[in-house]
Each structure stands twice: as structure tokens, then as C-alpha cells.
Design a protein around this ligand. Structure first.
Ligand code: PMP
Length: 363
């Protein structure tokens, strides 16, 4: 019998039953002591995932909203910035900076490749007086992981710039050490490694970033971190009315806590290795990323195969959702996710579906 409704997408990801059950409970009012306690519990658990003693802020928004909050809270008109781009999400930081009237310098890398440390160093030497440097931890459009530990150390050696990281798809999937690596603002969201529904954006904020946030002059129409910090101190939660998603996040974080963060990372390592073995054995196609992350595997389709149709057929007939390539890679690669609550049997079903469909296309 066909598999039904298996989500192999790099966000949203399938939800553990404990999270579904928590979200199905009767609503609690978000301006109550009870919700305030839960809110603080989620923040404390997020600090544990982020490996930070600094502040973690929670907002009702997408990952993109949390990315935008880093720009408007840290920067002033005329500030110099550098964005290292390895795919669609680095380009998104560039677009946000431009929308706020800034003119970022861009250090682009070919899709499928990670940021090269020495190219970063050269760019930092050429661009003096930077206020912030932007990175992706993992770029979901290509399935690449960046070596943030090395890259952050180079930024610190060469400049005083703030280090801003998009770990929307990396957090709780790949090792990340916010404090130990000296990261200043690390963005994430609820719907990927954090095993929850979409709806919450997070940012871990260092002391250096707080100093910048006190002085920054860009308009803060929404998500002013200073207000969020005050709300947090007062246990007020008016900017987080997505009550069910916060309740779900608390349940998901409990599961991660019980498993242990190193074990969570190892599980992703093992599942990524399993997926790549299965893809190599059953599909024999090339992998897209040169520096592959544990979050997903990009698979290059044979010439002449219409990936968009292939994935639509698999979804319609087998109930399995696999992600398409983005922008110029649409229809040319597929992105099979192995993050969060996705299991080995989910991955096997996805690879099997791709294998049998591709065999039909070739026949
Ligand atoms: N950055 C990365 C690396 C992502 O994978 C995503 C979501 N695919 C985002 C940012 C944006 O998150 P959202 O879709 O929640 O706005």
C-alpha cells in the first residue's frame, strides 16, 4: 500500500505526537501567570539549545521576520555590512538590508559550496569599518553547512563587526555554540530542527549585540528587541499570541532535553549518512552540495527529467512531499530533508518513491 502524508521537507517538518497532543489542549490565555511561566520555560530551554547564557527572544513571526529583526535592531542608516551568500537565504539578508536603505557588500559563493575562510578574510581586509557580517549556518536552498566556528574566529581577528547568523534550518540539527564561537545574533524558527509548527521566530542576542541595539537608528516598526526584553523580564507576552505554537514548542523542547543535544546532533549525522547511502544505492545520482549539511540532501536529477512534475506525481500518488530546487535549480534538483522528527523509514519511503518514479520516467 502506498505511504500517505510523509513530509520530507526542510521545514515545516513532521511533528512528534507529544507536540500535536500539546497543541490540541484547550487554549490558555496568554496574559496569565501560567502562560508567563511556560514562556520563560521555553526561553530557558532555547538557551540550552543555543548554548548561550545571553538573551533569547521569541516573536510571533516566520524565520524571515526574525532575520529582519536583526537588521532593524542592530543597524543605523549608512552602516557598512557584508553578507556571505551561499544560496537563496543569504540573498534574503541582502534584500532585507537593501529594503532598509543599506548597501551591503556581498561575498558570493557558487551554490553548493560553503563560505571559504580565506576569501572571507580577504573580503574583511578589503571592507574596513563593517558594522555586521551575515552568514547562514546551513543554507536550505543548497543543503550546505558553513564552518561557523572558523568563520567567526576570522571575523573576530580581522574586525569588530557583529556576527549575525541565520540558523533557521541549522539549530538543533548541526552543532552550534553561540557563546563559545562568539556569535552575536543567531536567528532561528520553530518549524525545523525544533520540531514544532511554523509561527515562532527566535534570536539569541549577545551583550555586544545589545550594546548595538541600544544605539541603532533604523526604524523598528515591529519587534523592537528592547521592548521584547522588557516584556520578558516582566513575564508579559503580548507579542507572542501564537499560544498553541508556544505550547507545542515547550513540548518539543522537552523531547530534545530528554534526548540530549549531542545525541540530537549525532542522530542527524546518522540519518544524513543513512539517506546518502540509500540515495547512492537506489538512485545512483550525484549529490548537489560539496559541503553537505545534515539537514537535507540535494540530488541532481538526470538531464531531461522534469523534477517539478516528478515531485507532483509522487505527492499525488504516494502522499510523500519532497522539496523542489529553488530559483534556477527548480526542476533540476530535489531536496530530501532528514531533519527534526523525520525518521529513517520516512527517508526510505522517499528514496523508494524517487527510485520507482525515475525508473518509470526512464522506461
Ligand atoms: N533561513 C533559512 C536558512 C531557511 O531555511 C528559511 C526557511 N526555509 C528561512 C531563513 C526563512 O524562514 P521562514 O520560511 O520561516 O520565513
Amino acid at each position: 500500500m502506498a505511504n500517505k502524508n510523509i513530509m520530507l521537507t526542510p521545514g515545516p517538518t513532521p511533528l512528534p505526537p507529544q507536540v500535536l497532543e500539546a497543541m490540541a489542549r484547550p487554549l490558555i490565555h496568554h496574559k496569565t501567570e501560567e502562560f508567563g511561566r511556560l514562556f520563560v520555560e521555553v526561553i530557558e530551554d532555547l538557551k540550552w539549545v543555543y548554548r548561550t547564557k545571553g538573551t533569547v527572544l521569541m516573536m510571533t513571526c516566520s524565520g524571515t521576520g526574525a532575520m529582519e529583526s536583526t537588521v532593524q535592531n542592530l543597524l543605523s542608516p549608512g552602516d557598512k555590512t557584508l553578507v556571505c551568500t551561499t544560496g537563496a537565504f543569504g540573498d534574503r539578508f541582502v534584500a532585507i538590508l537593501k529594503a532598509f536603505g543599506l548597501s551591503p557588500a556581498v561575498l558570493p559563493f557558487e551554490w553548493g559550496r560553503a563560505v571559504e575562510p580565506e576569501a572571507l578574510r580577504a573580503s574583511l581586509k578589503a571592507n574596513k569599518g563593517l558594522k555586521a557580517v551575515f552568514f547562514q549556518h546551513t543554507d536550505t536552498s543548497t543543503g550546505v553547512v558553513n564552518d561557523l566556528k572558523t568563520l567567526a574566529a576570522i571575523v573576530r581577528e580581522e574586525s569588530d563587526a557583529l556576527i549575525v547568523v541565520d540558523s533557521v534550518s541549522g539549530l538543533a540539527c548541526e552543532p552550534l555554540e553561540t557563546d563559545a564561537w562568539g556569535l552575536d545574533a543567531v536567528v532561528s524558527a520553530s518549524q525545523k530542527g525544533l520540531m514544532n509548527a511554523p509561527g515562532l521566530g527566535f534570536v539569541a542576542v549577545s551583550d555586544r549585540a545589545w550594546a548595538a541595539a541600544e544605539a541603532a537608528k533604523l526604524p523598528r516598526f515591529n519587534f523592537d528587541w528592547r521592548t521584547l526584553r522588557k516584556f520578558l523580564a516582566d513575564r508579559e507576552t503580548p507579542w507572542t499570541p501564537a499560544i498553541s505554537v508556544v505550547v507545542g514548542q515547550a513540548a518539543a523542547l522537552k523531547l530534545l532535553r530528554a534526548e540530549g543535544l549531542e545525541s540530537v546532533w549525532k542522530r542527524h549525522d546518522a540519518l544524513a549518512a543513512h539517506a546518502r547511502r540509500a540515495i547512492a544505492d537506489k538512485l545512483g545520482l550525484a549529490f548537489f552540495a560539496k559541503n553537505p549539511a545534515n539537514i537535507l540532501t540535494g540530488v541532481v536529477l538526470p538531464e531531461g527529467v522534469d523534477g517539478t512534475k516528478l515531485l507532483a506525481d509522487i505527492l499525488r500518488e504516494e502522499g510523500i512531499t519532497i522539496a523542489n530546487g529553488q530559483l534556477h535549480l527548480k526542476g533540476k534538483i530535489v531536496r530530501l530533508a532528514h531533519m527534526g522528527y523525520i525518521s529513517k523509514s520516512d527517508v526510505d519511503a522517499g528514496v523508494e518513491a524517487l527510485a520507482s518514479r525515475l525508473a518509470k520516467v526512464k522506461a
